[in-house]
Design a protein around this ligand. Structure first.
Ligand SMILES: [Zn+2]
Length: 403
């Protein structure tokens, strides 16, 4: 089990103190006053962004094979947009727009409908970037392309299913303006998802249940955590909201004794501590639920899940989906909600571990760089995104998941 992650030997807390005597480079990063550390994150993020653009775009002759946010060119575009939001560098915005246009032609006709793995991501990010660029013709093009996406006969989960499409709708409403996608369009889809969940639960002790490829997943990518996360943003009847809360209570009551969460219903394997499967993805959903339902017990469960991430979440991968970068967002999210400096420290510790050691660990083969080493969800684009979020932690958002 221990080979999936590095033992976390970092102190539980380190006071920021200029000129402190440090035992290692990593420790010296943790002692730095935040503004100085933020400068380091910015420099590292911008260097990484250049590397990601070179490896995923220029080296491919500015052509797109995989258009998705998850492993493909849209991930590079998303990173450029984030960099533009932090630095206001217009050439990042312009290159971002160029990459999305290439994704647009490759994804036209794709049967995948979600933000992270499908056409909705291209059209929604395209629209938002066009708005920032002041290009109304392009904005209308992407919005009208978005309106052609059909969710009939797709599953319910986040990466390939209906909630992954609804998330894109919410993203448009947040960044373009309320009712860009009216609730009269989103609610029927949300209702179908709830009905499907009740059907499979069959009045069982968990009010909603879903299946993807024959398995009842619990995690953020394919299961309950991701579905509940998106449904909480929808306009729903009070009884359906109670079903969401009941589903989350069921998960909390049936977690492993370690505090981690099974990857699927009935699984006894307490192994994965990823955003996609396990405590990190569930924690993000519980953090949001504690706000939506104003419930201290749910917040307590989220904090318990975050303890698992601290002890077993220093994974031997850098990415967002099943790597250290994604796991760091649990602490950022708790920091945003509670304002507690301990959570900012934990986020800082994970991010500094990457800043200090990731390159060397990858070069030594002690960290797995994955099949798509520069992608957003599996690779270093995700790490660059995290570093950009560390500059203004109170505005951080897990890419493609937190609004
Ligand atoms: Zn994963």
């Amino acid at each position: 089990m221990a080979d999936r992650y590095f033992p976390n030997e970092m102190p539980d807390f380190v006071e920021e103190q200029e000129g402190a005597v440090a035992q290692s480079t990593l420790h010296s990063f943790l002692c730095l006053p935040y503004t100085k550390l933020a400068d380091k994150f910015l420099r590292a993020a911008l260097d990484l962004k250049e590397k990601v653009v070179k490896e995923t775009w220029l080296r491919n002759g500015r052509r797109v094979k995989d258009f998705t946010l998850y492993t493909g060119a849209l991930g590079t575009a998303f990173l450029l947009f984030k960099a533009y939001q932090v630095t206001n560098n217009l050439s990042d915005l312009s290159l971002c727009g160029e990459i999305i246009r290439a994704c647009d032609s490759v994804s036209a006709g794709s049967r995948h409908v979600t933000f992270i793995c499908g056409r909705a991501g291209v059209c929604a990010l395209g629209a938002v970037v066009a708005k920032h660029a002041g290009d109304n013709v392009l904005l209308n093009h992407y919005l009208s392309s978005f309106s052609e996406i059909k969710t009939r006969d797709v599953p319910n989960e986040l990466l390939y299913g209906k909630v992954g499409y609804l998330w894109a709708c919410s993203f448009l409403n947040k960044h373009i303006g309320e009712s860009t996608i009216p609730s009269t369009h989103m609610s029927p889809v949300a209702k179908e998802i709830i009905l499907d969940g009740k059907r499979l639960s069959n009045k069982g002790s968990c009010p909603l249940m879903y299946e993807w490829h024959g398995k009842k997943y619990w995690g953020a990518a394919h299961g309950l955590a991701g579905i509940m996360h998106v449904l909480m943003d929808m306009e729903l009847k009070p009884e359906d909201k109670e079903c969401i809360k009941g589903t989350l209570s069921y998960m909390i009551n049936h977690r492993f004794p370690s505090g981690n969460y099974p990857s699927s219903q009935g699984s006894n394997s307490d192994r994965l501590v990823h955003w996609c499967h396990g405590a990190p993805g569930v924690a993000l959903t519980l953090i949001k639920a504690s706000q939506v339902f104003q419930d201290e017990q749910i917040l307590g469960a989220a904090e318990e899940a975050a303890k698992v991430v601290w002890s077993r979440g220093l994974l031997k991968r850098v990415g967002i989906c099943h790597g250290i970068s994604g796991n760091t967002y649990v602490f950022l999210s708790l920091y945003r909600l509670t304002g507690r400096v301990e959570y900012l420290y934990r986020a800082k510790a994970f991010a500094c571990f990457l800043l200090d050691r990731a390159n060397q660990l990858i070069a030594d083969g002690r960290m797995n760089s994955g099949d798509r080493p520069y992608s957003m969800f599996e690779g270093q684009a995700g790490m660059a995104h995290l570093f950009l979020d560390m500059i203004r932690p109170s505005e951080s958002r897990f890419p493609g998941y937190e609004l």
